[in-house]
Design a protein around this ligand. Sequence first.
Ligand code: AMP
Length: 490
Amino acid sequence: MSFDSLGLSEPLLRAVNELGYSTPTPIQLQAIPAVLNGGDLLAGAQTGTGKTAGFTLPILQRLSQMAPPAAGAKRHVRALILTPTRELAAQVEESVRAYGKYMKLKSTVMFGGVGINPQIDALKRGVDIVVATPGRLLDHMQQKTIDVSHLEILVLDEADRMLDMGFIHDIKRVLAKLPPKRQNLLFSATFSDEIKTLADNLLDSPALIEVARRNTTAERIEQKIYPVDRDKKRELLTHLIKQNNWFQVLVFTRTKHGANRLAEQLGKDGISALAIHGNKSQSARTRALAEFKGETLQVLVATDIAARGIDIDQLPHVVNYDLPNVPEDYVHRIGRTGRAGATGEAVSLVCVDEHQLLKDIERLIKRPIPQEIIAGFEPDPHAKAEPIQRRSQGGGGGGGQRAPRQGAPRRDGAKPAHANGGGNGGKKPAPTKPNGNSSAPRKADAPRPAHSNGQRNGPAGGAALLGGKPRGDGTGAGRRDTPRSGQRGR
Ligand code: AMP
């Protein structure tokens, strides 16, 4: 099946062709016709499945077919795409531009952590498509700098993450301000009760699509556990990176504070490393990502939420410096490597405190992960487990503070751990596996990963997707009104 048969217009086919996409991914095969139909859509798809093109291509086509504004008349915002993180917003808007290269539609992106005035100017000039994080969009709504009265299409991208990050109230506030007659598309990797409630309230007889979840780990990912004492982890990581000459290493830590500290320590060990998490200023995050993608930065240390929206995959090395508290996050983390036919390596440094977490992960992925003890790093057999700091990222850099309430100043002032990109004097060791990662959308120089099953769910399948009848209480009772993470999507 090719893109030509999906009913897309010539300018879109040309753009897709130029990007080197020859075959639509399963989510695209299903989502593109459904969105072109004009109905609502509920899609279960993770990052890496090609979901962005799955909604962007048909949206561009639909907007281009709707009546264009009269000559000289102002454009109206007709499509709104909400994402949980700033990085994802930037990447989705990049995709909108790339796929819409041969169309006359205009788009803009808006998120917090950067000045609001350029966003206001862009809105004043007139745009058709806005990609935004919820907090900053609300700022614009409150300041009346955005007019959404002509909105036709709404997308909630990575809706589960938006809810995880505590955005439900922001989303509800946004929804209340939108015109009721519109097409709604909801993309989510998982379907909790909360998502089902949101879908139930938002969507009208949606088409239901689900592509295979990465709930079992991909065959092409080589996984390994290195047992080690808690206080030897950093030394072992340095040893592994240097010994194996690893490059483009994505390292996960449980806390923002841990990420900062580790990046700093690696820098002292002569390994260029930067931390990326919600307390970093937008410019620090953008720079760290650009350096990492450009392979001038050897190690990126990230928390789960910060890493979530980043379009960097097919990485050669993912390291769990700390095991995640939630076993599913292990699968998400290691899914960053080994895609598109490439073999990747995911290693975890596990101390005695994490044995229970490891058991939970192995139960989830239904297999034991091979272990290897490195000489010189043998764990003390008598070491006693200590309780793990369970709060993953919500505590504001391990300092115990809660995330700022809406309207409160961000704590973006946090100093980057290693503003100069690490301590190796800017020298770049030879990459072991340069793989040409680029920002979204990626040029297709490799076949798409075959991790989607391409099944379309009819109504019965839809019920399975939602795990039964969605709850209709719509209350969201008991949820906090501040994001759980310090990373506000503002
Ligand atoms: P996404 O899941 O939307 O984040 O997409 C993941 C990556 O796949 C992006 O880098 C896209 O540029 C790329 N991609 C999307 N669709 C295709 C396709 N049909 N063929 C090849 N690459 C694609």
